[in-house]
Design a protein around this ligand. Structure first.
Ligand code: ADQ
Length: 428
């Protein structure tokens, strides 16, 4: 059975969310990067619509044809929350928390990957190109090649690939590598991730490459001058405005940056500062995520209790998603951006911030364990496992470095997400 789509993107999620007023494009650069390719090649997107137990018929959205794959509540709990986010996510992020190995989760992963592979096989035209996205679907390439040897299959891993000795913990390591070996090309964020995978599969494995993902600079625009002035005024016109923007995830090191700020305040090395921490709620049914949130919120309360004034807290914390337009205002207004993950595939927030500072102002504190540190190596790099290292980077950042900011801005603007997609697909 074959369909008529010459280009198929397959990802855990469709690039849309259902709202009260119908389907809406979900934020994220992937859609922006792939939409032109999908339109030009009569392509389609296969993915889960985001609601357990719902059956949704295929539909068109802004010129792209979407093929929903339905997942049951059981699939969601075992495949998504279980194997994807409580086994693979911590394992691939170097065991910041301990991965759990549960046979039932693995069975769900296997079954759901089969469902995705079957869906792709039914919509892809003969000889079509299929681009599989991310850690939730690592078995799909192998399964597809069995059903449809005529297809050209690429895979991109958005998160890090762990060193071989960590990967070997996985009871189902061989099945996963076999899945990826079904690819014509496997793409990673960094050369180091690619090397980890190569060390595992040896010279006989599939073709691989490093393709650092990037942002769509037209989607996040620096806020208008008057909005920046208003925001700073609302924050009490602090001398220094620091900003954090993350999904609430234990990989992001949100607590660590707050502890570093607290230490600097304690030592009297920082004053007249406001910190804005925006955190989107994420995976809240998983205990480690709830714990991370509790720890962050406790630190926010403690820092404000120790160093804030009535009507003038030090840390302004919002645990809700923020509109892209407002995000541009926060980025433009911030003197120092704090990006301190313990481990991160890329970290697009760092690139979004740099993209909102074309004139050399602002400063970026960036963890050396974020994939973004390869390209943004002129940022104020720090080791998030070492609080003093974060403190040092913040102190250096207070002085800024206009040349570095301009150079990083040029890099991010030139190497945008469209170029990322083009590079991968040309190589494929
Ligand atoms: P994430 O772990 O989600 O992505 P990141 O790359 O920083 O991390 O992307 C987050 C996105 O969500 C950004 O575009 C950001 O603007 C947005 N966002 C975050 N907090 C927000 C808030 N409070 N309000 C509104 N928007 C918010 C995974 C990997 C990364 C990799 C990307 C892409 O973990 O390492 O860079 O995929 O490959």
């Amino acid at each position: 059975m074959a369909g008529d789509n010459k280009f198929v993107v397959v990802a855990n999620r469709l690039p849309v969310d259902r709202t009260e007023s119908g389907w809406q494009a979900s934020p994220g650069g992937l859609v922006a990067a792939l939409a032109p390719v999908l339109r030009a090649h009569s392509g389609c997107w296969v993915g889960w619509p985001g609601e357990p137990d719902a059956r949704v018929e295929p539909f068109e959205f802004e010129g792209i044809s979407l093929h929903p794959v339905s997942l049951s509540r059981w699939d969601f709990e075992n495949f998504y929350e279980g194997f994807s986010n409580s086994t693979l996510w911590p394992l691939y992020h170097d065991l910041i928390v301990a991965p759990q190995y549960v046979a039932q989760w693995w069975e769900a992963y296997l079954a759901v990957n089969e469902t995705f592979a079957a869906a792709v096989a039914s919509v892809a035209a003969k000889g079509a190109t299929v681009w599989v996205q991310d850690y939730q679907l690592q078995l799909v390439p192998g399964m597809l090649k069995q059903r449809r040897p005529d297809l050209k299959v690429g895979f991109f891993l958005h998160i890090p690939f762990p060193p071989p000795d960590l990967f070997r913990q996985l009871p189902w390591r061989e099945e996963i590598t076999r899945g990826l070996e079904g690819c014509d090309l496997v793409g990673f964020q960094r050369g180091a991730d690619e090397a980890n995978f190569r060390a595992l599969v040896g010279a006989a494995g599939p073709r691989t490459g490093a393709f650092p993902i990037s942002i769509d600079p037209t989607a996040i625009r620096p806020g208008a001058r008057e909005d920046v002035v208003t925001l700073r005024k609302e924050l009490g016109n602090p001398r220094t405005l620091m900003l954090g923007v993350d999904r609430m995830d234990y990989t992001k090191g949100i607590l660590q940056r707050l502890l570093a700020v607290e230490k600097l305040l304690e030592k009297g090395l920082l004053d007249d500062v406001a910190v804005v921490q925006l955190a989107t709620p994420s995976r809240e049914r998983i205990e480690h995520y709830r714990k991370t949130r509790r720890e962050v919120e406790e630190a926010v309360g403690r820092v404000n209790g120790r160093f804030g004034q009535v009507g003038r807290p030090v840390v302004h914390y919002i645990h809700r998603p923020v509109a892209k337009k407002d995000l541009g205002t926060y980025y433009a207004a911030a003197d120092v951006m704090l990006v301190t993950p313990f481990k991160d595939g890329m970290n697009l927030v760092a690139k979004e911030y740099v993209s909102c500072h074309p004139h050399g102002d602002g400063a970026l504190v960036l963890s050396e364990f974020a994939g973004a540190a390869v390209e943004l190596h002129r940022a104020h790099l720090c080791n998030p496992f070492d609080l003093e290292s974060i403190e040092q980077a913040i102190l250096f950042a207070l002085d800024g470095d206009a040349d570095a900011m301009r150079a990083m801005h040029a890099r991010v603007t030139e190497h945008d997400v469209a170029r990322w997609a083009r590079n991968f697909l040309e190589e494929l």
